[in-house]
Design a protein around this ligand. Structure first.
Ligand code: G6P
Length: 611
């Protein structure tokens, strides 16, 4: 959600900025812009365009039109003011000498705007960001850093900022509070970016900015300050993944590539953590006493990560017998949650930057909870602010609709449940062995599911024209349905709902009529007979039923359902990891047949960094 890239060096800035922005496209945006310092005229050249980066790039002939070695670029996901050229960033001050790119929300922008208006400052856009640019200029008396400091003192909200001033073309200023921003360290050049993908082509050495920090970048160095403007030393880390990991590699879409990468991602996530038949979490240190005294577990997350929590609740409760609550981060942070030192808070986030989840984490910590997070992006805010981190090691995920992050999160949460259960003595030896074997088999079984993708494509071709689709299931199959339904609506824009099958009769069944598509999920053997009854109920009201079950139940299911997708047998608790794959593929093929923009669905962002 909003992407920032900034460059100061000796090469032409505009092509670097445009290329960097294109790597941030996946975050979600509706317009783009760049500002560079033009040494010829001693002014800032600002270019912005609504729509895709390509529109801006075409206008600037790939950046060749701009002659400059310092600049900032931005992709905007509209919050204040509709997507338009004028509301796009960079936003400039009245004189045009200060340009600002921003990710986040300035909460008191209306108040600041009124204040500036009383000083005669005219506004062009409806954005909260313009207020920052104007405020800096208002305080500017020849010392840019001092003006930025004074402006930030007045600003409330969340922000990552890139600031450029025509009077100080030898520097670029970066500020971070509650929105991600990293510093990239090159040879004779330096960068700012919302995430590493934007600058990986130029440098692998990055420093993570902390909240309240400000950085001054020049060609030859970076100076950092804390919120009191005291200098701070920042360590640099080296990013070890290849740029290719964030490229399509010949696939038509990132989403498809990431679906196909899942077996490999699971191997990376699980293999180092299962050794000689035991779960080994070198990255977690929870004492035996702490675990024995645990009274509650609370899983906090948003979107698909929340669905992982919904499934993980079954694993955790079954294997540890500790009560588990699963909360949406956006609710948790305001619901006066009950948390104490005997509550383990499991925070799940692919990006590690989702603002509501970060805020929920902070609230839980304030109340004394111990925070263990499951995160994909190394060094992200949630990872850094947690007491313990389990990285999913799924590699960069670019498509907005998550796939490999979901399966690795779920597998890791299940493994954590098994590890906790083992230490609590609540998992009998034989069950433990069976589950370990199932974890080891999981990637291979997933390859099998993926190899049958043509069947799913065929089902998608039969059903892609439906206007409304219901997913039903019980227990883990209900949790799976939540994710299947979300995948479908995210990328195909088909209205879809997931229901616990038992709830159908309490209302939703009234919507079932001739031809309504119901995706009936029934992977859980114990509940198969119940699932069959629900299938019969919707069938007898005219529904078209596409069922998902395990191989051993395929035949029986096929007697009632119209079509059946089957997955291989595996330990019941790991079936959602397998079962989600046909649902991801179904959503993908349906969206493909409907001509949707699969990797960048409308209105959605990969990393939701505003509330
Ligand atoms: C966005 C993404 C979803 C993701 C959710 C939570 O909505 O599009 O795929 O599940 O954010 O993100 P997180 O990074 O915290 O897992």
């Amino acid at each position: 959600m909003c992407g920032i890239v900034g460059y100061i060096g000796r090469e032409q800035a505009a092509p670097i900025l445009l290329e960097g922005l294109s790597r941030l496209e996946y975050r979600g945006y509706d317009s783009a812009g760049v500002a560079v310092f033009d040494a010829g005229t001693n002014t800032l050249a600002v270019h912005k365009a609504k729509g895709r980066i390509q529109v801006l790039s075409d206008q600037l002939h790939g950046g060749a039109d701009l002659n400059s070695t310092v600049g900032v670029g931005h992709t905007r996901w509209a919050t204040h003011g509709a997507p338009s050229d004028v509301n796009s960033h960079p936003q400039v001050s009245r004189s045009g000498r200060i340009a600002v790119v921003h990710n986040g929300i300035i909460e008191n922008y209306a108040e600041l705007k009124s204040f500036l208006r009383t000083k005669g400052v005219p506004f062009r856009s409806e954005t909260d960001t313009e207020v920052v640019a104007q405020l800096i200029e208002h305080f500017y008396e020849g010392d840019l850093l001092a003006a930025v400091g004074k402006a930030l003192h007045r600003v409330r909200g969340a922000y990552a900022l890139g600031i450029l001033c025509a009077d100080c073309p030898e520097q670029l200023i970066a500020v971070r509070k509650d929105s991600p921003l990293i510093l990239g360290r090159g040879e004779g050049c330096n960068f700012i970016a919302s995430d590493v993908t934007a600058i990986l082509r130029h440098t692998r050495r990055v420093s993570y900015m902390e909240d309240g920090e400000l950085a001054v970048l020049t060609r030859d160095g970076i100076r950092c300050y804390n919120h009191l403007m005291q200098p701070v030393e920042k360590a640099a880390v080296t990013i070890d993944w290849e740029i290719g990991a964030a490229e399509k590699d010949g696939y038509e879409h990132f989403m498809f590539k990431e679906i196909m990468e899942q077996p490999q991602a699971l191997r990376r996530c699980l293999s180092p953590r299962i050794r000689e038949g035991e779960v080994v979490f070198e990255d977690v240190s929870l004492s035996g006493d702490y675990i024995k005294n645990l009274r509650r577990v609370c899983v906090v997350a948003c979107g698909s990560s929340y669905h992982v929590g919904m499934a993980g609740k079954y694993h955790l409760e079954r294997l540890t017998r500790i009560p588990v609550e699963v909360a949406l981060s956006s609710e948790f942070r305001y619901m006066d949650p009950i948390v104490d030192q005997n509550t383990l808070i499991i925070v799940i986030s692919q990006s590690g930057e989702t603002l509501d989840t970060l805020a929920a984490l902070r609230e839980a910590r304030r109340l004394g909870g111990h925070i263990l997070s499951i995160v994909n992006v190394v060094g992200s805010s949630i990872a850094r602010e947690s007491d313990q981190v389990l990285y999913t090691w799924a590699g960069p995920e670019i498509a907005v609709a998550t796939t490999k992050a979901y399966t690795t999160q779920l597998a890791l949460l299940s493994l954590l449940a098994l590890w906790l259960g083992r230490r609590l003595g609540t998992v009998p030896d034989q069950d433990y062995r069976q589950m370990i074997a199932a974890f080891q088999e999981l990637p291979d079984r997933m390859e099998e599911v993926l190899s049958r993708r043509d069947d799913i494509q065929y089902f998608a071709s039969n059903y892609f024209n439906h206007g409304s689709i219901f997913f039903i299931g019980r227990g883990l199959d209900y949790a799976l349905g939540l994710e299947g339904s979300l995948k479908l609506k995210e990328i195909s824009y088909i209205h879809s709902e997931a229901y616990a099958s038992g709830e159908l009769k309490h209302g939703t069944i009234s919507l079932i009529e001739d031809g309504t598509l119901v995706v009936a999920l029934s992977t859980c053997g114990r509940l198969f007979a119940k699932a069959m009854s629900n299938v019969a109920e919707v069938k007898s009201r005219g529904a078209n039923v596409l069922a998902l079950t395990v191989e051993s139940h395929r035949e029986e299911m096929a007697r009632t359902a119209d079509a059946v997708m089957a997955i291989p047998e595996l330990h019941e608790l790991l079936l959602p990891c397998l079962g989600v794959v046909p649902l991801q593929l179904f959503a993908y093929y349906v969206a493909l047949m409907r001509g949707c923009d699969i990797d960048k669905p409308r209105n959605l962002a990969k990393s939701v960094t505003v509330e």
